[in-house]
Design a protein around this ligand. Sequence first.
Ligand code: NAD
Length: 485
Amino acid sequence: MTESELLGDVPDGLLIAGEWVAASGGGTLAVHDPSTGAVIKQIADATPDDAKAAMDAAADAFAGWAATPARERAELLRRAFDLLQQRKEDFALLMTLEMGKPLAEARGEVAYGGEFLRWFSEEATHIAGRYGPNPEGTGRMIVTQHPVGPCYLITPWNFPLAMATRKIAPALAAGCTVVVKPAALTPLTTLYFAKLLHDAGLPAGVVNVLTTSASGPVSEVIIDDPRLRKLSFTGSTSVGQTLLRQAAQGVLRTSMELGGNAPFVVFDDADLDKAVDGAIAAKFRNIGQACTAANRFIVESSVAEEFAHRVTERVAAFKTGRGTEEGVTIGPLIDDRAVAKASELVTDAVERGATVRTGGHAIDRPGTFYAATVLSDVQAGSAILREEIFGPVLAIVTFDTEDEAVRIANDTEYGLVSYVYTQDLARGQRMIERLETGMMGLNVGVVSNAAAPFGGWKLSGLGREGGAEGIHEYLQTKYTLTPNP
Ligand code: NAD
């Protein structure tokens, strides 16, 4: 499909009880292409009344979906996986248009996001209980698993497909119904995916989609509804904290995938070629706009100059442009705020003594571009070491001992992912034990996998998405005692 055919094929309404409907207030919101600033589509802008209707639909559909045999739920997800493979080019292009990532990376996200459909289609049929005598021998204990109920899923803009499938697939596999609220900056992929789910045979009301510029008021209606049983959120830690406070009222089950400040530690015994490859992947994938992006490169002094030199050579050769152009590796940032944030962090680091090896400035052209940047000699106390950069800026600090590397790596309120490069097995094992992190790449720069438990420690969140753990976020346990037969 051409860009305009594709955009025309994306629904522009809210999905409520299986119908695509206009917002009750008649309002629309504009979706932009961040590489040009142009409006690419107008879609419905949901109101709190629409939120109530979506919640009603999810609550009404729950009993039927929960009672649907696991095999049928699994087959629905598998059909969705197959359809996504057929439409992968359309989904990739749509993400590039609304979010800006290079097309090759968007194709990678379709592959990664699709795996959650396949993984959870398989997990659905493995939901199991247990039965056995209690230790006293006075009765039989039965433990069963049940879907938690209607769920509210809030996703961010940076991975429009994968963040949706990572929540929707386990919810549906477990027998839950959902209301999904994608980010207002990139809602089209979720709308298109919901259409795909219906093409795959999803019953009405099982998935409902609200697109809105009024996230707070719309979300409050749903979170305050006593029929809601679960809130799953991916986004910033500050919004996650607000949502946790709101969720306390209904004692909701919550999953929180929040911010990160990933350390990328390079020891002097690392294979430097591999460390440089890993660094480029861990930093510049998604134009640096990933919660798993390496934020602080912590490099042993004796190899720091060589590492800085090699990454700078690679980064200076990047091609910046619209993600649809051949060979582009750096697309636009999502909006002006993101460019301003990168600029502020770089300015602060330079004022405190960092050296700009390449980049270090916004790019003067339509759209919201910031040059791929390498900073060396970043000094302790620089804001860039504390805050999530969410942009294409690679910041290098140095260390001299393993203890110092561990101290710097753990010196953050976050704990989502850490990367370590060393060829010393014992040192690698010590780092696994000492780093405060929910995930770790040991001589690897990208760790995400649908079969793995994704999630963080400390302010990076609660719960896990993917893996065997992922489906349990949407199940609740019941224990029954019966007399001996
Ligand atoms: P954000 O917190 O601004 O927004 C995330 C979502 O929450 C969006 O859908 C937004 O519309 C919605 N939202 C905002 N305020 C809300 C409110 N008061 N009530 C209900 N919903 C509200 O984050 P973002 O800028 O979209 O995404 C970037 C952040 O997400 C980064 O911090 C990044 O680390 C994090 N992230 C984390 C993971 C992870 O798995 N840990 C993955 C991707 C992104």
